[in-house]
Design a binder for this molecule. Structure first.
Ligand SMILES: N[C@@H](CCC(=O)N[C@@H](CS)C(=O)NCC(=O)O)C(=O)O
Length: 324
């Protein structure tokens, strides 16, 4: 794991010395939007119209942020319109690579480049920053449209509707402010909270992350007793953003990130809700537990220096969910 500084790769782990042992996620750099007609979106510049075959997603099946984009690509019927490359699950001294010796790792199907950092360097040879996935790539302008998953899913939610005829809306206007509120709590304490607990290098930083994390799990369990989904009767982006963390909870976060006050399966509603989302058409194919378990345990040698993969109990995501 490392980062680019003025176009050169440096192999360094996250620095938590200046933050009292706390992990702080950096902000994504490329913030343009694909829109139906190519007009500029809420951030960045315009010139990225929704055109079939023009865009490519670089993802990791292991990564919860990239996973969101794979789910939206599936739900919105975009498989035929947006191609993908999946990185190798091991993220070691070269960062994400396009090695292909793992089932499902495709290599760089566009350019045959060896490392994910090469995609960033292709967009900007002098770039500085972390090399993260997902990356939404424009084949025509040969640049990165966006590397921010929360924005990529909003583009995929509507930009291609005219082209696909799929008008399913996971970001419905009347619910937006409530979705933002729920997203904010879930992002801070759970999506990113598991990383804050797992990457903490002091007891205080770990404690500060893990208590709010389980408060949120309790809060979600209660909320999903009252409503079928986070916003009640309708699935929204808030559910999908939560899902990618829940599906990783027992196989990875519980042990590897020490989020072990309880397991997902100890929460009857949350567990049934996770299964219900998993069973929605197209979703199961986006969940690659082999990459998930391998990536975290093998890549984070500061946490698991011997790279031993745990045996893990088998979770049956296809067990009837009984909701609704
Ligand atoms: N804000 C980004 C975060 C993406 C992210 O942090 N991805 C992780 C994988 S789970 C990554 O690529 N990390 C590499 C690194 O930090 O060097 C998003 O949501 O798209």
């Amino acid at each position: 794991m490392g980062q680019l500084v003025d176009g050169t790769w440096h192999d360094v782990w996250y620095d938590t010395t200046s933050t009292g042992g706390a992990f702080e996620r950096t902000t994504a750099k490329f913030r343009n939007w694909i829109t139906a007609d190519g007009a500029a979106g809420p951030t960045g510049e315009g010139g990225f119209p929704a055109v079939s075959g023009r865009y490519h997603l670089y993802v990791s099946y292991a990564c919860p942020w990239a996973h969101r984009t794979l789910i939206f690509r599936a739900l919105k019927g975009l498989e035929a319109h947006i191609s993908i490359s999946a990185v190798h699950p091991d993220m070691l001294s070269e960062g994400w690579t396009f090695e292909t010796d793992a089932h499902g790792a495709t290599g760089d199907t566009l350019y045959g480049l060896p490392f994910a950092r090469d995609i960033y360097l292709k967009a900007d040879p002098q770039i500085s920053g972390r090399v993260t996935v997902p990356i939404l790539w424009d084949k025509e302008r040969e640049t990165i449209v966006s590397n921010e998953s929360s924005e990529i899913i909003r583009m995929l939610n509507s930009a291609f509707d005219e082209l696909t005829g799929n008008r399913d809306d996971y970001w419905p206007e009347p619910l937006r402010s409530e979705i933002e509120e729920v997203n904010a709590r879930i992002y801070d304490t759970l999506n990113n909270g598991v990383y804050k607990a797992g990457f903490a290098t002091t007891q205080a930083a770990y404690d500060a992350a893990v208590d709010p994390l389980f408060d949120t799990m309790d809060w979600l369990e209660a909320r999903l007793t009252e409503g079928r989904y986070l916003m009640g009767g309708q699935i929204t982006e808030a559910d999908w953003r939560l899902f990618t963390t829940l599906v990783r909870f027992d196989p990875v976060y519980h042990l590897h990130f020490k989020c072990n006050r309880a397991r997902l399966i100890d929460y009857p509603n949350l567990w049934a809700y996770t299964r219900e989302l998993y069973q929605i058409e197209g979703v199961a194919q986006t969940v690659n537990l082999e990459h998930i378990v391998r990536h975290y345990h093998y890549s984070h040698d500061t946490i698991n220096p011997n790279r031993i993969l745990p045996t893990n109990p088998v979770l049956d995501f296809m067990e009837p969910h009984g909701r609704g």
